[in-house]
Design a protein around this ligand. Structure first.
Ligand code: GCB
Length: 599
């Protein structure tokens, strides 16, 4: 009898259905790269599964023994119609589109399998994914440990109990199908790179560990450092010390019942700025845990139409950037690739980059921080999101939260952007104002903005008029006079009236040019046309616009986009880069560089 019950329980308990999750999704661990980590990157086996045969049975019911089991069940050997062992492999992190030409336009499910060795340490273990585009379902040793939606932010699961001594099998179902109810929605102007596009890490931490911390100047001051720390558990009376040795700043705090503590105390740090990208070594430790970071201090506020950095007006000399690797034109997977793009921005004379249209990888932000580049960081709430769907809102809010939690200690982030070019409307305003509020609650030390659309007063008087203006700190808008709106001579004719007493950023302007295509200035797609557009637009900004606090022209490098079909000109690339897909600087690059030199 007892054996029978065991057998039954074995059937029902030891074989969780695919929908069951053994581990709860775990709050995000911060600054993961300075933890005790084992990188699980490498060449992983994969199976392309457009019909999701590994997930559903033939009646489209959840399969009990799908590919996530990677095992022969009962005597079904003959029917096992997949095999990871003999399947091809591809690099993780990396997009599948550029690693296998057959998958260039593929949108659907790919299963990945990776085997790794683990030696039990008594510590808590987390499986961390820096990003998977778009939908990830994660299985460890046949058990589902969690899932995540959203292609550009990190997530982690606790897997302490699922890990085995010796060999472990990790399987991830990745699905990048576009979807009208997703964030972004099914229509966007960049390439839908699928895959495990950023690092995969096995992280080991003590049972009780410092999960998040935030160090910054107290709002409105430059001589008081405030620190907040939070444990992974709700535990009172736990002592944590926060130390900035170079400043001789050292405080020990005791957690409250929530596992949270904060402290403020005098310190006079050398303030971070593009000219002085100073970072301090910081150590946060307890009896059982230590985490280190490099943190800078700055103060950003606004006054009328000015953005003030450390109390002084700053003009943001920017450029918009997509997270696409120079030369090879695939999703970035290495910090060296981040550096190439950022060095190009430096060469242009930038002090600021707009990382469009989704959170870029963590190293991108950290490299920019070291190079003295301020950052605009954005979530992919882009164009025609389904504003009236609460699940879509929850998804956007989650991506916003993950973006802020990952980077809240990055001193160079100056703006959280909650959206790009979203058509006006009541449900949109409700959605976006709630997001703006949430961003502010999470982090009130930075500015909130979004790239708006123009709303002109007349055909001659251009303007911005957006109900969201009251919810943001900075009025940013994209404008394409000379490209989508008239030809270049229009730029010289228009007048601007912008009635808000807030800083204004032109978050985009630009035009397409094929590198090496030359002609008259009036000839579209030539480098001359693009250069002329830049020349006239910059003159318009100097002479015929209300003062703006910054610009981030569109865009640093030509980038892949499936919307851009014009043969022999676009060939699948958005050509608005001031640098080509092959790294060649177009004429407009030098016009902008010259202007920045004089600013
Ligand atoms: C925009 C979008 C950007 C596009 C760009 C273009 O306004 O924000 O994502 O790529 O225009 O080239 O049309």
């Amino acid at each position: 009898m007892r054996n029978f019950i065991l057998l039954l329980s074995g059937l029902f308990v030891l074989q969780p259905l695919q929908g069951q999750t053994a581990a709860e999704s775990y709050p995000l661990i911060q600054n993961v790269y300075q933890r005790d980590i084992q990188k699980l990157n490498g060449y992983w086996n994969y199976l392309v599964d457009p019909l999701e045969t590994g997930y559903y049975d033939y009646r489209r019911r959840p399969a009990a023994n799908g590919f996530f089991k990677d095992t022969v069940v009962d005597n079904m050997q003959a029917y096992k119609e997949y095999d990871f062992d003999s399947s091809p492999r591809m690099g993780v992190p990396g997009d599948w589109n550029t690693q296998n030409r057959d998958l260039f336009y593929y949108e659907g499910t790919v299963w990945f399998r990776h085997k790794f060795h683990y030696a039990p340490s008594g510590k808590k273990a987390l499986l961390y994914f820096a990003a998977v585009n778009y939908d990830a379902k994660v299985y460890l040793n046949g058990i589902k440990v969690g899932e995540h939606t959203g292609g550009y932010t990190p997530f982690n699961f606790e897997v302490t109990d699922q890990l085995m001594a010796g060999e472990n099998t990790l399987i991830v179902k990745v699905d990048n199908k576009r979807n009208a109810e997703a964030v972004p929605t099914n229509n966007f102007d960049w390439f839908n790179y699928g895959g495990i596009t950023r690092d995969v890490l096995l992280v080991e931490v003590p049972q009780e560990f410092i999960q998040t911390y935030k160090l910054q100047l107290r709002k409105g001051t430059t001589d008081v450092v405030s620190a907040q720390v939070k444990l992974n558990v709700k535990r009172a009376d736990y002592k944590i010390t926060i130390e900035i040795p170079e400043l001789k700043w050292k405080k020990t705090v005791t957690t409250n019942a929530e596992g949270f503590a904060e402290v403020e105390a005098k310190a006079i740090p050398s303030l971070w700025s593009p000219q002085n990208p100073k970072l301090y070594d910081v150590r946060i430790y307890s009896a059982t845990d230590t985490v280190t970071d490099q943190i800078g201090f700055k103060q950003v506020t606004t006054r009328g139409r000015d953005i003030l950095l450390n109390g002084k007006p700053i003009f943001l000399k920017g450029i918009s950037i997509h997270e696409e690797a120079a030369f090879r034109n695939g999703r970035i997977y290495a910090a060296e690739e981040d550096r190439i793009l950022l060095q190009w921005a430096k060469e242009l004379g930038c002090n600021y980059v707009r990382l469009a249209h989704y959170p870029h990888n963590e190293q991108m932000v950290r490299e920019a921080e070291k190079m003295g580049l301020l950052v605009w960081s954005e979530i992919p709430v882009y164009w025609t999101i389904r504003w009236d769907n609460p699940d879509v809102y929850a998804n956007a809010l989650n991506q916003l939260t993950e973006m802020i939690e990952r980077d809240q200690n990055r001193v160079n982030i100056i703006i959280w952007s909650i959206a790009n070019e979203t058509p006006h409307g009541e449900t949109r305003d409700e959605f976006l104002s709630s997001l703006a509020k949430a961003a502010r609650e999470k982090d009130d030390s930075r500015l909130i903005s979004m790239a708006m659309e123009r709303k002109d007063k007349s055909s001659a008087i251009l303007s911005v008029n957006d109900k969201m203006s009251i919810f943001v700190d900075v009025i940013s808008f994209n404008q394409y006079v000379g490209w989508y709106d008239g030809t270049n001579e229009k730029i010289d004719r228009v007048r601007w009236e912008i009635d808000y007493d807030k800083p204004v950023i032109i978050s985009e302007f630009g035009g397409g040019a094929l590198y090496g295509l030359h002609g008259e200035e009036a000839a579209i797609w030539t480098e001359e046309y693009q250069a002329d557009l830049y020349r006239r637009t910059l003159k318009m900004i100097d002479e015929r616009m209300p003062p703006v606090a910054g610009i981030s022209p569109w865009v640093l490098k030509d980038f892949r986009s499936s919307r851009r079909l014009l043969p022999q000109i676009q060939d699948g690339f958005n050509r608005k880069g001031v640098i080509s897909d092959r790294g060649e600087r177009k004429k407009a690059f030098f016009i902008l560089q010259e202007w920045y030199k004089e600013k």
